[in-house]
Design a protein around this ligand. Structure first.
Ligand SMILES: Nc1ncnc2c1ncn2[C@@H]1O[C@H](COP(=O)(O)OP(=O)(O)O)[C@@H](O)[C@H]1O
Ligand SMILES: CSC[C@H]1O[C@H](OP(=O)(O)O)[C@H](O)[C@@H]1O
Length: 406
């Protein structure tokens, strides 16, 4: 097979893994393209004889969701494979194993996680994942700490930063998360029943100023190698296992962006269940679990991060009295602000979430979307009042109570 880039078909994917000996010679392979994300091809290869299976993920030279009119760098496949390798070393068992990376075809062969479910789908079905908070706290603490200036030498950190320069993918986030949702951009689309709320947001100068500060932090605060798109569609789960996938947006950015993405998507689920779950007791129970999960992620993250700091940080200045606490408080406030932006973009911007989109009645959906926008705005505007994680969940409860009582 030629190694010049071309998008593979299912037949090509079978030939590719057979030629390279990833399956036994007598394998009777089946292959299905299962990609449901916005960008790439994902092939699921199964050999029923041996019971072995693999995933082959290939970048397309354009954004799948829009088409060839939106060209996109294939270098994102390298970024994803390298980030998965680093995350796998720093947080063992919390990402799929990378088996093979092919730069010419912009593809990665990796462990098949089909015994897990995409977390967004699990949350839509109100499934509780008892070990998710613990796993996510470990993933965040270890990947962020060990790739930061707190652990690496300045030379090592800058070499890693150079390897993860990812301008095209960052530009997508700069546009779709931090710019377009806040004015009448062509890429936006939203439920016509929330136009009043969206137009009020476009007129809110204080909000736009704070989003601009967060955008600048995203573009300039090169604290750690972040995943860069850690929503619940990029997390696969089962009862006792959590796997983070899809780090093609990875770059050196602000630590708070990753926990912020997780919080935003748990809160989008929270807002969506106002519409999905008419039974009040079931709704309250699940929403309570979502907020407890946010608290447990942050507590576990902050505790492990502080332990890593105590064990590994030798620099006199990083150990100045009170600096560690101030550092973690700033990461929390960044996370809260980024979470707010990431909630609003999923209601107004180009890429929405199934949690909200699957609510069939537009009026019911509008109530949930307005709640998501109200929480998102409060998180951005009031993030600097958040000193502890309980301040964030209290803020969410206050906004929700105020809207539901209307
Ligand atoms: N390692 C894997 N094991 C099983 N399924 C996977 C794996 N990686 C991706 N998938 C499936 O493919 C879908 C799209 O993958 P993703 O990496 O999110 O692609 P994109 O970058 O296009 O968003 C996921 O939602 C999931 O259903
Ligand atoms: C045109 S890209 C839109 C959106 O899609 C990405 O998510 P995913 O790769 O998981 O589908 C990312 O969130 C981008 O902002």
């Amino acid at each position: 097979m030629s190694t010049t880039y071309r998008p593979l078909t299912e037949t090509d994917a079978v030939a590719y893994v057979k030629e390279r000996g990833f399956f036994p010679r007598d394998a009777a392979l089946t292959c299905r393209e299962i990609g449901d994300g916005n960008l790439n091809l994902v092939f699921h290869l199964v050999d029923p004889k041996s019971g072995q299976s693999l995933i082959l993920k290939q970048a397309l030279p354009y954004a799948r969701v829009v088409g060839e009119s939106w060209p996109l760098t294939l270098d994102r496949a390298r970024i994803e494979a390298e980030a998965l390798r680093i995350e796998g070393e720093l947080a063992p068992g919390l990402v799929p194993k990378v088996i093979h990376y092919d730069a010419d075809l912009a593809l990665t062969v990796m462990e098949d996680l089909s015994d897990h479910i995409v977390m967004r789908k699990g949350l839509m079905a109100r499934t509780v994942y008892p070990r998710f908070a613990e796993h996510m706290a470990t993933f965040l603490a270890r990947t962020l700490f060990f790739t930061s200036d707190l652990y690496l030498s300045p030379e090592e950190k800058k070499a890693k930063q150079r390897a993860f320069i990812n301008p095209e993918m960052c530009k997508i986030t700069e546009d779709l998360v931090f710019s377009h949702p806040y004015y009448n951009a062509d890429t936006n689309h939203f439920n016509p029943l929330i136009r009043d709320a969206v137009e009020a947001l476009w007129q809110n100068g204080a909000l736009k100023r704070e989003v601009a500060r967060l955008k600048e932090a995203f573009m300039t605060k090169a604290q750690a190698l972040i995943h860069g798109d850690l929503h619940t569609g990029s997390i696969m789960v089962k009862a006792d296992s959590t796997k983070v996938i899809d780090p093609e947006f990875a770059f050196y950015g602000p630590m708070g962006f990753d926990p912020g993405a997780v919080f935003a998507n748990l809160l989008l689920s929270y807002a969506s269940h106002e519409g999905h779950t008419p039974n009040e007791a079931e709704r309250r129970d699940f929403q309570a679990w979502l907020l407890e999960t946010i608290e447990a992620i942050w507590r576990g993250f902050a505790e492990q991060f502080a332990e890593l700091w105590a064990e590994h940080v030798k620099d006199e200045m990083w150990n100045a009295p009170g600096y560690r606490e101030a550092y973690l408080r700033a990461v929390l406030q960044d996370a809260v602000g980024f979470a707010g932006c990431k909630m609003m973009r999923r209601v107004i911007g180009l890429a929405h979430v199934a949690d909200l989109e699957t609510i069939p009645d537009p009026a019911v959906r509008a109530t949930c979307e307005k709640l998501a926008l109200a929480i998102g705005q409060a998180l951005v505007l009031r993030r600097e009042t958040v000193q502890r994680i309980e301040d964030l969940t209290a803020l969410v409860r206050d906004v929700a109570a105020e809207r539901v009582s209307r």
